[in-house]
Each structure stands twice: as C-alpha cells, then as structure tokens.
Design a protein around this ligand. Structure first.
Ligand code: MN
Length: 293
C-alpha cells in the first residue's frame, strides 16, 4: 500500500536548518498595544473582524489516518461515553469521557511527534511557549490543482509565485495549503482516498518545506489527514513536512477546514493545543481572525 518507508541516517543528515533564530517584527509599545486591543475588541463586536472556525467536528465519524500494519500501529477510533446525562448517575448534570488520540481530527503536531524533533527543548504540547500559538497566516490556494490532481505537490516555484503577488512569507507566520480537501471530511474513504497504490492527497515537496523553514515560519498546515501528501511515504526523506518542520522545532496543523474563507494574507491564526503533559500533539479548535471582505 505505502511505498517502503526509510528512516536512514543519511536522509536526516542532509538537513542543516535547526533551531535557528528568527527575526522578530518591530516591538509595539505598551500604549500602542492597549490601543490595538481596544480597536480589535471594537472590530470583533462590529464584525469588521470575523472569527472563522478552521476545525472539523470531532467524534466517532472523524476520519483517522490508516497506516498499513507493516509500518506501525494506528490510533483507535474516537469514542465519546456518557458519565451521566441528568439521570441516576448525575441527576442535574451531563458530562462525558473521551477516548481520543492526540492526532485525531483537526490537530496540532508538536516537534516531539517526529524522531527528527525529539531532542529539542520545549518540544511538547505542555512546554511550547504560548506566544507561538498565535500568528499571521499565509494561505496558498492550490484548490484548482488539487481538484485536477489528487497527488498535487506544492513546489518552491508555487510558493515563489504566491510571494510575487502577496509579498514574502514573513517570519513566524503559519503557511497553510488550501486545497478544499476538507470538503471530503464527511467520508473517511473520500478523505483518505486510498487505492491499491496507496493514499492520494495533496501536500508539499521536501524542498518547499526546506524553503519555508529558511523563511523562519512558525509551521505548516494542511486540510488533509496529516501535514504531508498521501505520497510522502515514498519521498526522500519520507514525510518531509514532519521530518523538516519538527527538526527545525516548528509545528504542524492537519485536517484544517474552511481555508477557502481566509484571505491569502492578513488573517491571524490562533492554534493552541491542549496542555497534554509530554503531548506529541493535540486536537484543537483553530480560529482565524479575518478582516471582513
Ligand atoms: Mn499529526
């Protein structure tokens, strides 16, 4: 099903970008910050700034990645169990307990998720600095290409073409690959899109992830079940979005929705995983602050 996955030392050694310092934008004074947040509160109240929900519903029908058994174990399906529902087990209240994988549904990938990121400081969901959960979003529209070719790969030239129109990908921004793939997430079969050659879904090339890390991005997000393309098991290295982003102590977002509701540039992303102790990732509610257009 999947091409053979190779985690050779040589494929990891070829990566030189790790833990680099990224430039910070000019500091806003405290007074400016107060004014800015006051204006933001007004804009949220008036609707001049919209809050767009980028998360998929999380429940027993949420599509989950299916690794072939020769590669590894899989996450069990999501279960939601009632503890009580205004009944003998709790007369005035309802509450549930969950059986839930860290990498289920719309979720965050922490650097410790991948072997290339396992030794970084602050690489787990409970130790990543909170400021890294909020930042600007660059949205690269690949929906036309992905509709025609389910194995579409975003190349460096594709990113550069976006930059020509919208300006450079800024440091500390999230780069999100819009494919409209989320419209398939009501069917696990359509979402995973597996045939006898393996899964078919769009994603980035290894060079694209390298290029974005050199730009100092905060992370990479996609609408597919994981941050890599369906064909990424056969790339060199395998799963480059995971290998390179996490090697650089950067993050991933998978199974995002509604990227077609974001502008190419100008939205602010809020993507804070649960503070799971030593967590490798977490389902989360991803929100975007978007100027009304
Ligand atoms: Mn993941």
């Amino acid at each position: 099903m999947f091409p053979l996955v190779r985690f050779s030392a040589s494929s990891l050694r070829s990566i030189s970008i790790a833990d680099q310092e990224t430039p910070r934008p000019a500091k806003v004074s405290d007074m400016d910050g107060t004014q800015l947040l006051g204006q933001l509160a007004s804009a949220l109240a008036s609707g001049a700034v919209e809050v767009v929900d980028l998360s998929a519903p999380l429940g027993p029908d949420t599509p989950l990645i299916k690794l072939p058994p020769e590669i590894g174990k899989n996450t069990p399906p999501i279960e939601i169990h009632a503890i009580s529902h205004y009944d003998k087990d709790g007369p005035f209240w309802a509450w549930n307990w969950l059986k839930l994988g860290e990498h289920s549904g719309t979720h965050f990938d922490a650097p410790v998720h991948w072997i290339s990121g396992k030794d970084h400081p602050n690489n787990t969901t409970d130790t990543i600095p909170a400021k890294n959960f909020v930042g600007p979003a660059c949205v690269i529209d690949c929906s036309g290409e992905a509709a025609k070719n389910h194995d579409f790969l975003l190349t460096v030239d594709g990113v550069k073409a976006w930059e020509k129109t919208h300006g450079d990908v800024p440091p500390n921004s999230w780069v999100l690959m819009r494919t409209d793939w989320y419209k398939r997430n009501n069917s696990e079969a359509k979402f995973l899109n597996v045939d006898d050659k393996g899964p078919h879904s769009p994603g980035p090339t290894a060079e694209t992830i390298h290029y974005l890390i050199a730009k100092g991005v905060m992370g990479w997000g996609s609408e597919t079940v994981g941050t890599d393309a369906g064909s990424a098991g056969g790339m060199d290295p395998p799963f480059p979005a995971h290998t390179f982003m996490h090697q650089a102590n950067r993050y991933g977002l998978a199974s995002l929705c509604n990227l077609d509701r974001l502008p190419p540039k100008g939205a602010i992303l809020i993507a804070a995983p649960l503070k799971i102790v030593k967590g490798t990732g977490s389902p989360l509610r991803v929100l975007a602050l978007v100027p009304r257009h």
